[in-house]
Every structure is written in structure tokens, then in C-alpha cells.
Design a protein around this ligand. Structure first.
Ligand code: NAP
Ligand code: ZN
Length: 349
């Protein structure tokens, strides 16, 4: 079936309207009418070929929400009309150790929602800036928020799970001091989630103008990371810092804020590496520098349910599909509070 989408034909070209094909609904598939799709900084990195290996045409988008339009004969978990989401994963090998424990995000055969190999035309996956998507039911998520919040739920599918997973893995909760670096799409979710988990949350931003917002989002304290004295006041005090920054920067400034045995986890994925941190800052207090990639399907469902229970959604700005190129420029300028979401109904225009 042919559907309308928004994508690019080359890394130096703007995104434009295009027609793409979706596969017929297989026995284990759900076909989803996409209502909204969030705009992740990864979409920009990929479609502008900042990371290696972008295949064109490229249709980004992995924060997908909508309604089930049809289900295959063997689908048991979903029915037509259900509110569902699709995040960054649309397939995996289903039998390795990682898939076996619900960590499909670390499966060597993980198929991402866009730019990964697939037998479907054109030979690689095409994402959520499109009217419909067809996925195996194992990779569809149930949405329990009220439908009126659907657009603001979309960013949970990547920004939400990418911050939720490291916060859970490194035990954010009562009695823990947790830092969130970079108050963008991921960072603003990190603040809300760490706060809801009961941690003492400190937001780090380069933007003086985000100070008040960060407190409103749930931070207990805010540090403008360019101010050396403000940074020094937190030396050796954190249990965990989750760093979402999308550009290379000095990691030592954050490592020295960790207590003994504490961890700085990188989730931001800049196109070029950060300068290597000072080894002594790791040795001295047995500190860890770690990374984390999105989250598995079961944990993504857990995160969505946690958010529904705690009334958590993203702070969004809804845009038309033809505003996407401008939205990318604004995202680069840090001018979004805090996630753009495409109204996919505008793809039909
Ligand atoms: P975003 O909305 O653009 O937010 C990034 C934030 O980083 C900005 O709002 C800004 O916050 C800060 N920042 C930007 N440039 C900076 C610089 N030069 N120095 C210091 N701070 C800077 O992006 P996002 O969608 O949250 O994504 C963030 C990164 O995570 C991207 O690289 C993305 O590809 C990656 N990502 C990784 C995963 C994963 O699985 N690990 C999943 C999704 C996304 P302040 O204004 O507060 O400083
Ligand atoms: Zn993303």
C-alpha cells in the first residue's frame, strides 16, 4: 500500500513530501494509522548523514503513536481501534540472550524503525513521518494515557525510554542525587522521570533561560554548567548523572561531580566523539563512565504505564509536516520547549 511520508533524498537536501510503500499486513502484524510522531535529535543526525551509513530516501521518526487500523490473523495482543505506540525498534532476532531477557535494544539483529535493513521496499526501514506503519505485534506498545494526551505521549517512545532505562538501571530513587545534563527533548523527560522516581534531581543546562523551566519540570536544583563556581558547589556529590548532550564537550566537568563508585552515563550521541576524559578522574574515586541505548520492549511498556500512572507526558510544540525543516533548525538552536511533534494528519495535504 502507498502512503504519504516526509523524508529526504540526500543528506544535504531538505525533507519533502514523498510516497512510500508499506508491506501487506502479515499474520503477526499490526497496521497503524499514525496520528503523531515526535521529532528526535537522532532523526536530524541520521537524515543529514551526520552518523555513518544513512540510506536514501530516508524517512525518520521513531516516536510514533496512533490507532490500530488492521491486525493479522494470528495477532493476539491488539485489536482494531486500540491506541498504540511504536518506538525505535521494529524487529530483532527474537532468540538471542538479549531478546530472551527483553533487551531487544542490545540484540545484534535489532532492526531500528528507520535506516535498518528489511525485506520490505526499498530495502531499509522507513520511519514515522508517514501516514501508516506495519509492525510485528511484539514491537507495538499499549498506550493507557487518555486520548487527549496522545500527541504529548509520542516523545515517551524514545526520549522517555532513553532516560527511564538508565535511571532504573542505576537505581535512581529516594535518597539518590541524580543529575540530568542538557535540557532538550531527552533531558526534560529525564527530569520528570527522575523526580517521579523520588530522586533529588539537579538539572544542568548551558541556557540561563531554562533555569525556571527546569524547576517547573521537577528539578530540585538547577546549575548553569558554564558557571564554574556553581559546578564546584556540587563536587563529589552525585550518585548518577545522565548526560543527553548532542554535541562534543568536556566530560571531566561532570565526572568530578560524582561520588565514589558513582556513574556518568552518556545517552547523547554526538556525530564526533567527546574529548577523552582525564583518566585520574575515573581512578581516584572508582568512578564509571557508561553508555545506554533506548530500552527494551518490556521496559518501554513499563515506562509508558509508569507515565500514565503518574500523569507524565512530554512538553510539546505541535507542527505541520511541512514545518519539519524549520523545526530542525530551531532544535539545533535550542529553541524548542521541549519536543516538536508532527501532526501526521497534515501529511495528507
Ligand atoms: P535536543 O532536544 O537537541 O537536546 C539536546 C540538549 O543538549 C540541548 O537542548 C542543550 O541543552 C544541550 N546542548 C546542545 N548543544 C550543546 C553544546 N554544544 N554544549 C552543551 N550542551 C549542548 O536533543 P535530544 O533529542 O534530546 O537528543 C539528545 C542526544 O541524544 C542526541 O545526540 C540524540 O541523537 C541522542 N539520543 C540517544 C539515544 C540513545 O539511545 N542513547 C536515544 C535518543 C537520542 P541546554 O540548553 O540545557 O544546555
Ligand atoms: Zn530518538
Amino acid at each position: 500500500m502507498t502512503v504519504k511520508a516526509y523524508g529526504a533524498h540526500a543528506g544535504d537536501q531538505p525533507l519533502e513530501s514523498m510516497d512510500i510503500e508499506r508491506r501487506p499486513v502479515g499474520p503477526h502484524d499490526v497496521q497503524i494509522d499514525i496520528a503523531y510522531c515526535g521529532v528526535c535529535h537522532s532523526d536530524l543526525h541520521q537524515v543529514r548523514a551526520e552518523w555513518a551509513g544513512t540510506l536514501f530516501p530516508c524517512v525518520p521518526g521513531h516516536e510514533i503513536v496512533g490507532r490500530v487500523a488492521a491486525v493479522g490473523a494470528h495477532v493476539t495482543g491488539f485489536a482494531q481501534g486500540d491506541l498504540v505506540g511504536v518506538g525505535c525498534i521494529v524487529d530483532s532476532c527474537k532468540h538471542c540472550d538479549d531478546c530472551g531477557v527483553g533487551l531487544e535494544n542490545y540484540c545484534d539483529g535489532m532492526i531500528g524503525t528507520y535506516n535498518f535493513p528489511t525485506p520490505d521496499a526499498p530495502g531499509w526501514t522507513l520511519g514515522g513521518y508517514s501516514q501508516q506503519i506495519v509492525v510485528h505485534e511484539r514491537y507495538a506498545l499499549r498506550i493507557r494515557h487518555p486520548e487527549s494526551q496522545l500527541a504529548a505521549v509520542a516523545p515517551l517512545l524514545c526520549a522517555g525510554i532513553t532516560t527511564y532505562s538508565p535511571l532504573r538501571h542505576w537505581n535512581a530513587g529516594p535518597g539518590k542525587k541524580v543529575g540530568i545534563v542538557g535540557i532538550g527533548g531527552l533531558g526534560h523527560m529525564g527530569i520528570k522521570l527522575a523526580h517521579a522516581m523520588g530522586a533529588h534531581v539537579v538539572a544542568f543546562t548551558t541556557s540561563e533561560s531554562k533555569r525556571a523551566d527546569a524547576l517547573a519540570l521537577g528539578a530540585d536544583e538547577v546549575v548553569v554548567s558554564r558557571n564554574v563556581e556553581e559546578m564546584e558547589a556540587h563536587a563529589r556529590s552525585f550518585d548518577l548523572i545522565v548526560n543527553t548532550v548532542a554535541a562534543p564537550h568536556d566530560l571531566d566537568a561532570f565526572l568530578v561531580l560524582l561520588k565514589r563508585d558513582a556513574t556518568l552515563t552518556l545517552v547523547g550521541a554526538p556525530a564526533t566523539p567527546h574529548p577523552s576524559p582525564e583518566v585520574f578522574n575515573l581512578i581516584m574515586k572508582r568512578r564509571s563512565l557508561a553508555g545506554s541505548m533506548i530500552g527494551g520492549i518490556a521496559e518501554t511498556q513499563e515506562m509508558l504505564d509508569f507515565c500514565a500512572e503518574h500523569g507524565i507526558v512530554a512538553d510539546i510544540e505541535l507542527i505541520r509536516a511541512d514545518e519539519i525543516n524549520e523545526a530542525y533548525e530551531r532544535m539545533l538552536a535550542g529553541d524548542v520547549k521541549y519536543r516538536f511533534v508532527i501532526d501526521n494528519a497534515t501529511l495528507a495535504a
